[in-house]
Design a protein around this ligand. Sequence first.
Ligand SMILES: Nc1ncnc2c1ncn2[C@@H]1O[C@H](COP(=O)(O)OP(=O)(O)OP(=O)(O)O)[C@@H](O)[C@H]1O
Ligand SMILES: [Mg+2]
Length: 466
Amino acid sequence: MKYRDLIQFEPVETVIQLISSEDADYAAQLVQTYVISERMAEVITEVIIPHLQFHYPHDNKGVLVVGNYGTGKSHLLSVLTSVAGDSGLLQHLTNDIVKEEMGGIGGQFQVLRLEIGAVTNDLRSIICSNLERFLAGIGVEYHFPAASEITNNKDCLYEMMEAFYSVYPEQGLLIAIDEMLDYLHSRKDFNLVLDLGFLRELGEVCKNTRIRVIAGVQESLFDNPKFQFVAESLRRVQDRFEQVKIAREDVAYVVEQRLLKKNETQRAMIKGHLEKFAGLFERMAANMHEFVNLYPVHPAYLEVFERVYIAEKREILKTISLHIRRLLDQDVPEDDPGLVSFDSYWSFIKENPTLRTDPDVKKVIDAANVVEEKLRTGVLNPVSRESSLRILSALSVHRLTTGEINVRMGLAPEEIKGGGSPAHPWASGTECGLPGDHHQHPPGGDAQAHQREIHRLQQREPPVLS
Ligand SMILES: Nc1ncnc2c1ncn2[C@@H]1O[C@H](COP(=O)(O)OP(=O)(O)OP(=O)(O)O)[C@@H](O)[C@H]1O
Ligand SMILES: [Mg+2]
C-alpha cells in the first residue's frame, strides 16, 4: 500500500493574488475551492459579515485578516470580495451557513482590490489615486483635493460617497487591501504616523457611510514591537478595525479537506492501520479522528511549525505539500504509523541556505551538525542511530521555537513520543518523516532500553545545542 492510495492529494503550492480575483472565472474557482472550517464559518458570519453589511445598524469597522504566511488571507479576501461584487458566486460557497449569511452582502458592492507593493508613496495618495481611477472606470466622477489643502480626510471620503451614491444608490464601496504590513514596515516615523492616521479615518468612515475596508496582514499590526513607537496611532487604528485571525485549526482544516482529502474507504484503511499503534501512543488513541483526518501529517507538525521563529517566509501548506509529494510513491510501512512530524521540517531548514544568514539558525545548525556527526559514528546499532538522528532533528526544530536559543528548555521524552518522534524505535520509521526507512523490531521489544537511551540524549542535547 502506497501513500497515494490513502489520500487524494491536492498540492497547495501557490499563493493567491487578490487582484487576480477580478477575473470572473478565476473568482468562481476561488470561491469553489475555499474550504471553511467551523471556526472560520463562525468568524465570517459573526464578525466579518456584520461589519461589511450595511442593512442593519452596527458599529461598522474596518476588518483586518491576520495570519501567517500562506495561511489563506488572500484567498479569504478574494472569496469575500468576489461574492460581495457578484451574488451569482454565492452558489459556489462550500459551507451552507456561510452561503446563507453571505446573502446579506452578495452583489451589494462595487469592489476595489489593491495590493500595495514596494512603493514609496504615502498610503493616502496610493488609496486615493486608485479610488479616483476605479471610480472613473465605473462612471463616478470624483477628485480628491491635495493633502495640503485639507484638514481631515473624512470629509473628502463623505463627499466621494455622495458622488458614488448618485450613481449607485443601493450599493456600497468595498476597498480590499492586501500585503499592507510589508508596506507599513517600509515606512518611517512621521510618514508612518500619517499612514496610520489615514487608515484610522478609513476605519471611521465605515460607521457612517457604505464604505467598507478589509485588509490582509501577515501578523498582528497591533502587537508588533517594531511599531511600538507609534503606539498611540496604532491604538486609534485598533479602535476602528476588527481583527480576525486565521488560526491553526483553520489551516489544519485546509490540510484535511483540500491537501489530504480522503474518501470513506481511505479513511477506514488509515484507521485500520493506525489502530495497530494506538496502544503505544496515548495521543493517537485519544484523538484517532484527528490523526485519520490529517494522515500522514502528525498534528504536532502544525503546532510546532507555528511556533518556529525564523525570519524566512514560511508557508505551512506549501511545506506540507512538498513533504507529501516526496512520500506519495513510497510504501506505507507495516510496522509503524508512517506519520510525518515536525522533525522532518529540520531538513527544510538545513537545506535553505538563506536561513544560515540568521545567526541563531546558524548556531543551531552548527551544533546539530556536531551532534549528528557524533551520533553517526558513536551509535553502532543502526536502528538506534536512525532514531537518535530523528530525535536530534526534532530537538533542533524545537530549539527554534523557544524564542531564545540558549533557553534551557528541551522536550521531555513523553513530548517527543507524543509529538511523533520515535521514542520507541519499533514505532518510528516514517513516524518522523523518513519514509521507507522502517525496521522490523516487534512491538514491546527493547523499548525500555531505548527509552533510557532517549532519556540520556535528552539530558545531553540541550547544553550541546545551546
Ligand atoms: N481555506 C482554504 N481553502 C482552500 N485553499 C486554501 C485555504 N486557505 C489557504 N488555501 C490555499 O493556500 C495557499 C495560500 O493561500 P493565500 O495565498 O491566500 O495565503 P496568504 O495568507 O495570503 O499568503 P501570503 O502571506 O504569502 O500572502 C493558496 O494556494 C490557497 O488556495
Ligand atoms: Mg497573500
